[in-house]
Ligand binder design. Structure first.
Ligand SMILES: [Zn+2]
Ligand SMILES: [Zn+2]
Length: 101
């Protein structure tokens, strides 16, 4: 067993546009936010994956909330992950200027 970092499946084909896709479910956009695990998940994660039955939140709401969250909570998000959330949040707010729940 080598202690090397877990190899993320490098998806070279993924261009720098559109939402990030799920690592576990190929080509599924991460468009759901799992409140319990504080991470972005896809629809499959929620319905048939390891996030079954977990409370979820609107991505934009989560984006705003996480932004205001204490630093120790943000520590659980890797920089990369966090950047994705920020990017996605901005993307959403641009696409839909006024979302009403
Ligand atoms: Zn997934
Ligand atoms: Zn979860």
């Amino acid at each position: 067993m080598s202690p090397s970092a877990p190899s993320l499946r490098s998806s070279r084909r993924t261009a720098n546009h559109g939402p990030p896709s799920c690592l576990e479910h190929h080509r599924q956009p991460l468009n759901v936010y799992c409140v319990q695990d504080r991470q972005l998940i896809c629809g499959f994660c929620l319905t048939v994956g390891q996030h079954q039955g977990h409370p979820i939140d609107d991505l934009q709401a989560a984006f705003i909330r996480e932004r205001q969250a204490p630093a120790h909570l943000l520590g659980r998000l890797s920089d990369h992950r966090w950047a994705e959330v920020c990017e996605l949040g901005e993307l959403l707010s641009r696409r839909r200027p006024a979302v009403r729940a």
